[in-house]
Write a protein that binds this ligand. Structure first.
Ligand SMILES: *Cc1c(COP(=O)(O)O)cnc(C)c1O
Length: 820
């Protein structure tokens, strides 16, 4: 934080009323998450109310930890905690923003802020790297750009920082004014305008206007003048003196020309005063070229010389800068953060690690933090973080990092270079460990990750955990805060990987999990998942497992009830169960004619506790079945009421699946059962734009071949190229779950942003695509589906549903998880 602040000042800034003020206590840290507290007595805990949880629930626990200052909603009951300093405000999120606004106002060096639909994080990181060669740069960690993320980023600015680069992101109308008020950027960058998150806005134009309002007080605004709507809007809103447009045509402040060459591209920028600068950049794709142009223009505007910009670019790669969780060697888990170069990023990685299920040892592999500023202060904080997260083993690479040796003489091993580290570690010595690998780009820690990750073939399914959280929170907005959520993680969590998904939703605050078979539940329990688990199809043979692992079977017939009840009697135990009522699905479930028998069974078997009663809608996703769904709901109400007459307690009542939540929110009862929607597919078509794709299936090009006219491709000679052309062989086949029905042009993949259609039949482990006219090389990535290829469209193409595509992905495909 830029400046320490007293409790009284906090109350004044946030217009709060203060209880038990201590004059001499200064706050230097602000936390919204109870797990991230380093110096309890110097921390102000801000109790936010979110979809996940109410921060106020953690106050007692934090007080025990030694936290002394709290910012709470005015309705917080202080009687329970008589000695704490409580600052009461009408809205804690707003108060957090006001504190950020205050800290921002103290920072007199340049603040750059980036808005736009795509590329914000990349532009921020690249600009940060180029400026970071000379200056102490503060930047928002990862993509902290929201109503809460921006204030937290501001608190990351310290007094030694010379420039700050912060992102601003909004998802609905009205949000930018709060961010503008905090950020007050001196220099603005508008990356571009896309259609993402359109749902929260009236029109594309209103979205654009809102985003641009961030720059109302900026001295300069950098943008690409080739985007017509953007450039028109900007010229009409801002005085011409502050505009720094760049364009591939002449007439703006910078005119750009691009020449692609074998090493990337040469980018020539001519300024309006006719001075010309040439840069060699290591990319050729349109998006990266756009991003780097924003970065160069911004660096020039901030007074950087062309030479030093070029030097910075030489160290950039179009890297994967996400924080990623990967399966590691011998059942270890790897957190890959090889693009991290500052303390703020390290904290995000540690927090992410803290949320994962426990492993045998915690191991940290860390390089020098190539961050300008005060090294003592920085490494002092690193040491405290290491203590807090209780690492068992530390590997340090670089020079400065050796200062950790005296602090951790037992666990620290230092190396002068990454090569030395690689020579000395034996990957086989790791087993069932949690390994966090975090280092600055120049240390090339990719090699370390390579060595320690589980080796599987080139196809991966990447799961975006932020998108998962986004989708979960979206469904929470459709239901009442009191309604519980059961997340269906059957079938390997719809292909996404049951363990990691279950772990993530457990941290997000879901109430229940649903699996298809007992084995799935046992696997979750063995890895430390604590949420209650309902088993849809528990077989009689697995009652022992259910009892041992605390799994709750669904009971769907009088016979099943009887055998479960007598199993409990024989084993002197009780069990919690769920009753499935058949109202039209005709799969499993009690019918009306079974109810009398069921009531008697319930009454005579108190060892069987009814945890819930539910039914399942057969056509909630289709408007034509609306009447039928309503009749199902009516039968359900009658039937469950009849069962309730023999119960002296209240089991949970639930009906709605994802489509049901969207179509019949008025029938949410006590709980909903969320499945496909969480995984990014909105089957009713009502809220399609509100969800984010969570998974991307990717593979790589193994080989490229030029074919003569008339040659054929693959089995049965089904692929033909009448006039010859170029094909690429991909490392994915039907055994990976890439459906054979995509053969012969039914399916396509994206390679460097371009469509390449399947040619010939899909083989077991490979398939071929037509890449004639596309610029590709062996080793390039091919996207099977993801943000830009919708699962629905793919499913339609071969006459199936997204559920099948998701669940078909073989377990041999490596799953990696990341935060974007
Ligand atoms: C799979 C399943 C769900 C979830 O359905 P979605 O359409 O994926 O939301 C809900 N309830 C039951 C009983 C299920 O089997």
């Amino acid at each position: 934080m830029f400046q320490e602040i007293s409790q009284g000042q906090i109350a004044e800034i946030t217009d709060g009323s203060i209880l038990n003020e201590k004059d001499d206590l200064l706050v230097s840290q602000i936390a919204i998450d109870s797990r991230q507290i380093l110096h309890p007595e110097k921390t102000l805990f801000v109790a936010l109310r979110g979809a996940k949880a109410d921060g106020a629930d953690f106050i007692t626990q934090l007080a025990d930890l030694g936290v002394k200052s709290f910012l709470v909603h005015h309705d917080f009951d202080e009687l329970a905690l008589p000695d704490l300093c409580l600052i009461k405000v009408s809205d804690t999120r707003r108060a957090l923003q006001l504190l950020a606004k205050f800290q921002r106002s103290l920072f007199k060096n340049p603040l750059v802020s980036i808005a736009g639909s795509n590329g914000k994080t990349i532009v921020k990181e690249w600009l940060g790297q180029i400026l970071g060669q000379k200056y102490a740069v503060a930047k928002s960690p990862k993509s902290y750009n929201s109503q809460v993320g921006v204030p937290l980023s501001i608190f990351g600015i310290e007094s030694y920082h010379q420039v700050a680069i912060l992102e601003a992101g909004i998802s609905k109308a009205g949000e930018m004014s709060a961010l503008e008020e905090i950020l007050k950027p001196n220099l603005g960058i508008f990356t571009n305008l896309g259609t993402a998150h359109q749902e929260g806005f009236e029109s594309l134009e209103s979205k654009l206007k809102e985003k641009l309002s961030l720059f109302s007080d900026s001295n300069f605004l950098i943008y690409c003048a080739d985007q017509k709507e953007v450039s028109e809007q900007i010229s009409s809103l801002f005085p011409v003196e502050k505009l720094i447009g760049w364009s591939d045509r002449a007439g703006d402040e910078f005119t750009r020309s691009v020449k692609v060459n074998p090493k990337g591209a040469r980018l020539i920028l001519m300024k309006s005063d006719l001075s010309t600068h040439t840069f060699q950049v290591p990319f050729t794709d349109v998006a990266s070229l756009e991003n780097i142009t924003h970065v160069i223009v911004a660096a020039m505007t901030l007074g950087q010389s062309a030479e030093s910009i070029q030097e910075g670019i030489a160290h950039l790669k179009s890297v994967d800068m996400r924080l990623t969780l990967k399966p590691g060697i011998n059942d270890s888990l790897l957190i890959d953060d090889t693009y991290n170069n500052d303390l703020a990023g390290l904290k995000v990685a540690l927090d992410f690690m803290g949320q994962q299920r426990p492993k045998r040892h915690k191991i940290l592999i860390l390089s020098d933090l190539l961050q300008q500023g005060s090294p003592e202060k920085i490494y002092e904080e690193v040491a405290e973080l290491i203590k807090k997260y209780q690492f068992d083993q530390l590997y340090g690479v670089g020079k400065e990092i050796f200062c950790l040796e005296k602090e951790f003489p037992e666990s620290f091993k230092g190396f002068g270079s990454t090569e030395e580290l690689l020579k000395s570690i034996d990957p086989e010595s790791f087993a069932n460990d949690m390994i966090l690998i975090t280092g600055a780009r120049v240390f090339g820690f990719e090699e370390v990750v390579n060595r320690l990750q589980q080796r599987i073939h080139g196809t991966t399914l990447e799961i975006n955990l932020n998108a998962l959280t986004h989708n979960y929170n979206f469904y929470k907005t459709l239901i009442s805060p009191k309604t519980k959520v059961m997340v269906m993680v059957k079938a390997f969590a719809y292909g996404g990987g049951a363990l990691e998904i279950a772990n993530q939703i457990q941290t997000m605050g879901a109430d229940y999990l649903g699996v298809a078979f007992s084995d799935e539940g046992v696997a979750l329990r063995k890895q430390g998942i604590k949420l209650p688990i309902m088993v849809l199809n528990a077989m009689q043979e697995s009652f022992g497992l259910c009892s041992e692992f605390d799994l709750e079977p669904v009971v769907f017939s009088p016979e099943f009830f009887e055998s479960l009840a007598s199993w409990c009697t024989v084993h002197h135990t009780s069990m919690r169960i769920h009753l499935d009522i058949d109202t039209g699905m005709h799969r499993l479930g009690f019918e009306r004619k079974h109810l009398d028998k069921l009531k008697i069974l319930i009454q005579s078997n108190p060892q069987v506790e009814i945890a819930s009663i539910y039914t399942h809608l057969v056509g909630a996703d289709e408007e034509i079945h609306r009447e039928f769904s309503l009749s199902q709901l009516k039968s359900f109400e009658e039937m469950k009421n009849e069962v309730l007459t023999v119960l002296r307690y209240n089991p949970l009542i639930h009906v709605l699946n994802s489509a049901g939540i969207a179509a019949f929110p008025e029938f949410q009862f006590d709980m909903v059962r969320l499945g496909i929607g969480l995984y990014g597919v909105e089957v009713t078509g009502k809220h399609e734009l509100a969800l984010r794709a969570i998974s991307t299936l990717k593979t790589t090009i193994s080989q490229i071949k030029e074919l003569e006219s008339g040659e054929t491709i693959g089995y049965s000679r089904r692929g033909v190229m009448p006039s010859g052309g170029k094909i690429a062989t991909l490392a994915i086949g039907y055994a990976d779950g890439y459906d054979r029905r995509f053969s012969n042009g039914k399916g396509y993949v994206l390679i460097n942003g371009q469509k390449a259609f399947i040619i010939g039949n899909v083989c077991m482990d490979m398939c071929m695509v037509d890449v004639s006219g596309i610029d590709v090389k062996e080793g390039d990535e091919a996207i099977i589906y993801g943000e830009n290829i919708s699962l629905k469209e793919l499913a339609d193409q071969i006459g199936t549903i997204p559920y099948e595509l998701l669940t078909n992905i073989s377990t041999r495909v490596k799953r990696v998880y990341y935060l974007d």
